[in-house]
Design a binder for this molecule. Sequence first.
Ligand SMILES: Nc1ncnc2c1ncn2[C@@H]1O[C@H](COP(=O)(O)OP(=O)(O)OP(=O)(O)O)[C@@H](O)[C@H]1O
Length: 233
Amino acid sequence: MQPLLQTRSLSHTWPRGGLCLAMDDLAVMPGERIFLHGPSGSGKSTLLGLLAGVLAPSAGDVILLGNSFAKARAAARDRFRANHLGYIFQQFNLLPFLGPVENVLLGCAWSMARRRRAGGTRDALVAEATRLLAALGLRESAWSHARTGELSVGQRQRVAAARALIGGPELLLADEPTSALDTSTRDAFLNLLLAECGRHATSVVFVSHDLTLAGHFDRTIALGAKHLGAVET
Ligand SMILES: Nc1ncnc2c1ncn2[C@@H]1O[C@H](COP(=O)(O)OP(=O)(O)OP(=O)(O)O)[C@@H](O)[C@H]1O
């Protein structure tokens, strides 16, 4: 079986920041769930940015579904990302003045393939966004009259997850989406999120400081405190 995602000799240096990240090569298989942890500043968010192709590495390459990011033009990379990748940002990056369903629909707004997979028509897309929100623990009665900016942090987190997952992307990148939750809510949410990923065999790279979550995943990778690469455990 071919890996879904591979990195080759990946490293990144921020201007004035020195070497931030130098990675051993990483391969993520279809449907595989990887837990990525490391101390603050070890480069976790930087690595997710590189894997998503939103950040160009100083050296090396990321290959997603056989496509090299280094060889692709920016527009092709953007299109590819929209079609195949969901991203839950640390701060969610939702539009506060829109309703939750509208925010979720933004996840497939730039991808015909994902709109098709999510049902195609406007009615089917709205139904799928509503289903996803409920599957992730956000009942319609809790949000039907609210703008997203009026929701609690935990509710917004579910909207961000639904937006990342609509249209069944092959890869989900999640940047500490559970950091604002207490332990029991965190485990319950993670179970819902991973169950939803299972519907489309979506691979997951999940970043967290919280090592107690590692048991939910197939494999754990630690980024070193001295920014010198990844250690598998
Ligand atoms: N836009 C940027 N410009 C310059 N340096 C940056 C930038 N973003 C991150 N860095 C630097 O890169 C290093 C790694 O940051 P990064 O945010 O990837 O770490 P992290 O492991 O995700 O941290 P945290 O757990 O605190 O979110 C830090 O030293 C940080 O200062």
